[in-house]
Design a protein around this ligand. Sequence first.
Ligand code: PHE
Length: 327
Amino acid sequence: MDKKINKIKEEIKCFSIKTYHDSETFRIKFLGKKKGIITIFLKELKKVSIHKRKIYGKIINELKKEVQKKISIFLSQNEIINEKIQKYDPTIPGKSIEIGSFHPISILKNRMIDIFMKIGFTYVDGREIEDDWHNFTALNIPIDHPSRDMQDTFFLYKDPDILLRTHTSSVQIRYMKKHRPPFRVLSIGKVYRNETISSHSNFMFHQAEGFYIDKKVSFSDLKQVIHYLMTSLFGKAKIRFRPSYFPFTEPSAEVDLYCNSGWVEIMGCGMIDPKVLKNVDIDSETYSGFAFGIGIERLSLIIYNIKDIRMFFDNDVRFLKQFTSEF
Ligand code: PHE
């Protein structure tokens, strides 16, 4: 009998009640009027001596209480859930989730990548932390060159050789060191300048750099690509090339775009200087190429007709959510 009682005890303990159906099965299994384990046990008790009946009767009654307790715990928990369900009002409007949009700079970046992919350019990411050689020296800007003053940036105190790149032209050097021509490459990313001396209002802005090296690449190819870019962006575009100077291109030019207010300078470009090609071991007798650099913020100002460049960095949602990918 002791064994039987222990077995019942164990079974009660192990039975798991998860649903109302479980709780009914549990109740019938132990307390069912005809076949309930405890009911049968109580019936059998009548056959044993009064002394034993008293002892076992007490124990089995405890087990009966345990069964009832287990059921009522389940039912009371269920009541709480039911109460919650009753209080839940499915007619209350849901909390709306704001749908974000791309930053105008990202939209233009993606658009330019699409435009250049159509004419066989590969997109590469550059690094923002550069060393002096890739940002200046290899681009024919030696340490004492005056154009370094125009591109003052952030240097590391501990190692002045490390700096935040001042232009994406450093990507040219990194790419040309690793790859052999022909190639057409586009890279877009952040560049940094000392805001007190730069014509840009911020210490950081975005630039797109494109370069193309092959046999017989000429200035007319450069003009055609710039024209293609401008008409892709603006539909009809009036542009002009103005002679200019960059240490890493020869000849060099600045491109102006005609807007309602007159001519706006939008980019620098030119034929890659043979000295630069030599720095990356590309034979300038066999190969020639062009490069250009465009400020993305300035271009976005024109495309979106935005009055103040600082709005790009204010993070004002009312401003940012006005832009969609299609324009
Ligand atoms: N790196 C130049 C600048 O930031 C732009 C440029 C790129 C000019 C490529 C010529 C060729 O001002």
